[in-house]
Design a protein. Structure first.
Length: 427
């Protein structure tokens, strides 16, 4: 969860930019380029879904998710981002018109990466159980997404679940592929990106161009395609062999939907290696969210939501804070939120939130003395028996004769459904 927030904040300034534009403005991004780094809708929606999962656990239903969307988002005043991305805005418009899930997901952007960006909490909760993580994130996604939009979220959730249990980089990728249809656009994009990342390249820039060219739909105006964003994130993760700094910076410098691709790459790498793998300066910059997109989330901190999920408090409501995990117990408080906020009992998602927003200025400070993965080793189930040890890689063009999914999850009629090659991709 912290890796997601760091990646989101690092990638936000480069969102919707071409690599050439990034280089002209900053050279190569190697850290925060803003004096006041902050997450975007990616972090706030991940917190929203994490809190919902912490309350309902494995019993989460589509009705629970729809009710929370209505009470915590649709029925409240919106922040300046107006509900954030196109898929979220389309969902909110449908809910406000009285439509219920899954009809609420029938809008023009149901294939977006809006579910992938909030999928990490499901992998944290279902550590070592990729199939369960994929099942739960699909329940969450039925309110806002269909088809490839669902598949993108499932790939991310399953990958994080495998990483939380200490799987290898190869097994994390295999877990992601195991929960989506092999002939889906998402699976093809992920395989292409990983294949490109694993080839030898003379330098870093050439490797980034290869991964980007493998999946980016050149000339298409929207950068939030789930198959593209998920492919780029897993490509960066594979190229970096799971190293947090390398994976996140590669995702950022490839541009496109850089906040989401970096958030997903950060979630995967953070789950694999723990908070100790995140540079201290980056971790310290992450405070409680500001509610810029979702005012009801202001004051929550990703690390406290992670505590709720990892500590086994999901589905229960307690009067006090959940037990601290060993690797984080020595750190200072991360949130100044009132009772009912993160760090306390999972909030009541059946009723609208009524709280005084907390100041969003309390940084998370990882405990440098804590052994890596101490928390996860104590709580995460072992990886499932028979876990795939190698990544099945299809030919770059995907299965012969396959066409991407029809319906709202596919690109609009007339748009290309193919890899256009390096020459067609923005440099």
């Amino acid at each position: 969860m912290l890796g997601l927030a760091v990646g989101d904040a690092l990638g936000a300034p480069a969102e919707n930019m071409r690599p050439s534009e990034i280089r002209r403005r900053w050279g190569r991004i190697e850290g925060f380029v803003s004096d006041d780094p902050a997450g975007t809708d990616d972090t706030e929606y991940a917190i929203f879904s994490g809190l919902l999962l912490a309350r309902h656990g494995s019993e989460l239903t589509v009705t629970d998710v729809e009710r929370a969307w209505r009470l915590w988002i649709a029925d409240l005043d919106e922040g300046p981002f107006r509900g954030a991305g196109f898929s979220e805005r389309g969902t909110l418009e449908n809910l406000r018109r009285g439509l219920a899930a899954p009809i609420s997901a029938q809008h023009r952007h149901a294939w977006s990466d809006g579910l992938a960006m909030r999928a990490a909490p499901f992998g944290v909760f279902a550590a070592g159980r990729p199939a369960e993580a994929a099942r739960l994130v699909a329940v969450d996604g039925r309110v806002s997404h269909e088809g490839e939009g669902i598949y993108g979220g499932q790939a991310v959730a399953a990958g994080v679940a495998a990483a939380m249990a200490g799987a290898s980089v190869t097994s994390v990728i295999a877990a992601a592929l195991s929960v989506v249809p092999m002939d889906s656009w998402t699976a093809r994009s992920l395989r292409r990106a990983v294949t490109a990342a694993q080839r030898p390249h003379p330098d870093r820039l050439t490797g980034e161009r290869a991964v980007r060219s493998a999946v980016v739909v050149g000339g298409y105006p929207w950068t939030d395609l789930a198959p593209e964003a998920v492919g780029l994130a897993f490509g960066a993760f594979a190229s970096a062999r799971g190293d947090f700094r390398t994976a996140v910076l590669m995702a950022v410098n490839m541009g496109r939907d850089a906040d989401t691709t970096a958030a997903v790459a950060g979630a995967l790498s953070g789950a694999l290696h723990g908070a100790s793998a995140i540079p201290r300066l980056w971790a310290d910059a992450i405070g409680p969210v500001r509610g810029s997109c979702l005012p009801s989330m202001r004051g929550y901190h990703v690390a406290d939501v992670a505590d709720l999920l990892v500590a086994g408090t999901a589905g229960t409501a307690t009067a006090g804070p959940p037990p601290r995990t060993p690797a984080r117990a020595a750190g200072p408080a991360r949130s100044t939120a009132p009772a009912g906020h993160a760090g306390h009992a999972p909030p009541d998602t059946d009723h609208p939130p009524h709280h005084t927003p907390a100041p969003a200025n309390t940084p998370y400070r990882a405990d440098p003395a804590a052994p890596p993965r101490a928390a996860d080793a104590a709580t995460a189930p072992a990886a499932p028996a028979g876990h795939v040890a190698a990544v099945p890689v299809a030919p770059p063009g995907g299965p012969p004769g396959h066409a991407p999914s029809a319906g709202p999850a596919a690109l609009p009629a007339g748009e290309p459904h193919r890899n256009l090659g390096a020459g067609a991709v923005d440099r």
